[in-house]
Design a protein around this ligand. Structure first.
Ligand SMILES: C[S@@+](CC[C@H](N)C(=O)[O-])C[C@H]1O[C@@H](n2cnc3c(N)ncnc32)[C@H](O)[C@@H]1O
Length: 376
């Protein structure tokens, strides 16, 4: 049965992950997968729902081109038809034609007899475990989100579909996408795994200790706004500045889905962001001062000076590094010179706390250095 096989693939993929890397969403999804594989009656009962779930997925542009195992020759050859279908999938109600196309596509994949979704899942794996590259992880994690949304918790299914569509537009129209075009941040509130689950991250960074109901917060490079949304549930006001307009649209969806009136999203380049001095009590800069997309061109000293100016006296800088094991030559994402950077920060700030934080996708992401600093 397709549902049982897919659930089994998901279980086997997560089996190699350390317990500490699993977030709450993973645990609930794995419980569902275990139930399906252990109870044939349940698998039977869900069989037809699974078939229409698969069709629904592939009839949406945001999933279609992302989930197909594109390394397959036959599938690559069908790209032109695919583009036509993507338009048809959104614009025309001719589901029968689209479904017939999908069946044809499934028959041409390297795994005849497997459904399109199962082929997609299987393509994420080497002989043992997930392939250690973003395109495969991205595909795998998006499939797990979709299963979660449909079979475990469907409260935000419509929002999820819109967010996936924004990610699709981003991949098409924005020069750089993080994490193979999948969600960099996750949101337990919305059932999205993400590469960095925001609620777990919020806990690990002990942000409740540093935010109060009076805090005015600036989140630099706030990405999809999932962490900003979590902070807005505690702080008085959270402003999130993000250069990528597709991510800001995602954040705006989140803001309205979670009814957060105190979250303000700003599409801007931080280099040109202008705000009165002393405007914020807390500035959050997570993996942001030398972004690997190379779209933040301000140098580190100017970046820190700017943050210091924006903070009120005694204000806090919540800071996460990039790769502290890099060569330290000032390239994007390289924090091999982190001690020099900290020395510069100490000319403006006092270090209150510092520790390493674990990543949540062990094979591809890296652990980072986390710091809390107070403006002198
Ligand atoms: C590595 S991600 C970190 C995202 C977020 N701070 C986090 O840790 O979850 C870097 C983010 O900065 C954004 N970004 C890049 N250049 C920027 C700029 N000049 N101004 C504002 N945001 C920028 C990217 O679009 C991306 O969302």
């Amino acid at each position: 049965m397709v549902i049982t096989q897919c659930a089994d693939h998901i279980l086997r993929a997560f089996a190699s992950w350390p317990e500490a890397a699993l977030c709450a969403r993973d645990t609930r999804l794995l419980a569902f997968c275990r139930e399906v594989t252990q109870k044939p009656a349940l698998a039977n009962e869900l069989g037809s729902a699974w078939r229409s779930f698969e069709d629904d997925l592939f009839l949406q542009p945001g999933f279609l081109d992302f989930l197909l195992p594109l390394e397959d020759e036959a599938v690559r050859a069908a790209q032109a038809d695919l583009a036509r279908l993507q338009i048809a999938g959104v614009a025309t109600p001719d589901r029968a034609e689209a479904q017939a196309f999908l069946r044809g596509l499934a028959a041409q994949t390297a795994d005849p007899g497997r459904s399109l979704l199962e082929s997609s899942l299987v393509s994420c794996f080497r002989r043992r475990g997930l392939r250690p590259r973003w395109p495969f992880y991205a595909r795998f994690l998006l499939i797990t989100d979709a299963v979660y949304q449909r079979f475990v918790d469907d409260v935000h299914a419509a929002v999820f579909a819109r967010l996936v569509h924004q990610q699709f537009l981003q991949r098409r129209h924005w020069p750089t996408s993080y994490c193979g075009g999948y969600f960099y941040q996750g949101s337990a509130a919305l059932g999205i795994r993400g590469v960095k689950p925001s609620e777990e991250r919020y806990e690990a960074y002990q942000l409740d200790r540093y935010l109060t109901s009076d805090s005015r917060v600036l989140d630099i490079g706030g990405n999809a706004g999932f962490l900003a949304a979590k902070m807005a549930q505690r702080a008085a006001q959270v402003d999130m500045i993000e250069l990528n307009p597709f991510l800001v649209r995602v954040a705006d969806e989140v803001k309205s889905a979670l009814s957060l009136n105190n979250l303000r999203t700003i599409v801007d380049d931080f280099q040109f962001f202008d705000s009165p001095a002393g405007q914020y009590d807390v500035v959050v800069s997570l993996s942001n001062h030398a972004t690997i997309d190379t779209r933040l061109s301000i140098d580190f000293h100017a970046y820190i000076d700017k943050i210091a100016r924006l903070l009120a006296p005694g204000g806090l800088l919540i800071f996460e590094s990039h790769n502290i094991n890099g060569p330290g030559r000032g390239l994007p994402g390289d924090d091999g010179d982190i001690e020099d950077k900290i020395a510069y920060m100490q000319t403006r700030f006092e270090v209150l706390d510092r520790y390493m934080v674990d990543c949540w996708v062990p094979a591809l992401d890296i652990d980072k250095l986390f710091l809390v600093l107070r403006k002198a």
